[in-house]
Write a protein that binds this ligand. Structure first.
Ligand code: ADP
Ligand code: ADP
Length: 226
């Protein structure tokens, strides 16, 4: 079995582009996987297929024993993108509560959960602030908090720290590792162009090549924590 399993997964877009060819990958619960590779190697396509936004043209995909669409419906999957899509006219708290509000969770629980995750990213004192009053690193922390608020089994991160300066990026990398270690069951899939970042963060690096998108190698990284 496996937590997320791809077997002979292929994706050809309607215009004939072969984005993925014969991808085989089994992801285990609690792994921190980094995908590295040139642009066009199919990293985003894998993410779109895992989340049910795009369907494979061949092969099979199993996401915790169900279909991607079902897993997403149950809020078991969250995303973080580089361009944190925060609502500019909503406070930090409202932004973070939004995924729960959309699911019809009661207001009291929304507040408790928002406080929980904002505490995790060190922004509990900024709940009433608007995103534009925050630095880039702080906005990214809000995006991470919003992704964590639904207690996802799977966290997908697409180049989240790509736009941050080096010092902020290193701080965020360490914070993310701390968060991941607090919840041994959360599985993280992280796309990056930065090989150093991938080796620092992950328990396994998946190296991809383009035309067509394929897995060239996977590299196990010994976890430096007890
Ligand atoms: P990456 O995220 O690694 O840059 P993508 O998954 O975005 O790669 O793209 C893989 C390949 O598929 C690229 O050649 C890209 O141009 C192509 N592609 C991506 N999305 C589409 C689409 N909707 N229609 C046609 N081709 C696409
Ligand atoms: P599908 O529903 O087949 O999985 P998507 O929803 O990913 O496809 O994309 C829908 C359409 O968006 C594609 O058919 C294509 O016309 C366009 N598109 C998106 N990204 C790209 C890209 N990188 N290259 C070419 N076309 C793209």
């Amino acid at each position: 079995s496996g937590f997320v399993r791809m077997e002979n997964l292929s994706k050809t877009y309607p215009n004939g582009t072969v984005a993925l060819h014969d991808v085989n990958l089994t992801i285990h619960e609690g792994e921190f996987l980094c995908f590295v590779g040139p642009s066009g190697c199919g990293k985003s396509t894998i993410f779109k297929i895992i989340t049910g936004l795009s369907s494979p043209s061949g092969g099979t995909l199993d996401v915790f024993g169900t279909t991607p669409k079902e897993a997403r419906k149950q809020s078991d999957i969250s995303f973080v993108f580089q361009d944190h899509t925060l609502l500019p006219w909503s406070t930090v708290e409202s932004n973070v509560r939004l995924p729960l509000e959309l699911r019809g969770v009661d207001k009291k629980t929304q507040k408790i959960e928002a406080e929980r995750v904002l505490e995790m990213v060190g922004l509990k004192d900024y709940m009433k602030v608007l995103p534009r009053q925050l630095s880039g690193g702080m906005k990214m922390r809000v995006s991470i908090a919003r992704a964590l608020v639904s207690r996802p089994k799977l966290l997908l991160m697409d180049e989240p720290f790509g736009a941050l300066d080096e010092i902020t990026r290193q701080t965020l990398q360490n914070e993310l590792l701390n968060i991941w270690q607090q919840d041994k069951k959360m599985t993280v899939l992280f796309v990056t162009h930065n090989v150093f970042e991938s080796v620092f963060l992950s328990t396994r690096v998946v190296v991809m090549t383009a035309r067509p998108g394929k897995i060239a190698a996977t590299l196990d990284i010994p976890v430096p924590f007890p």
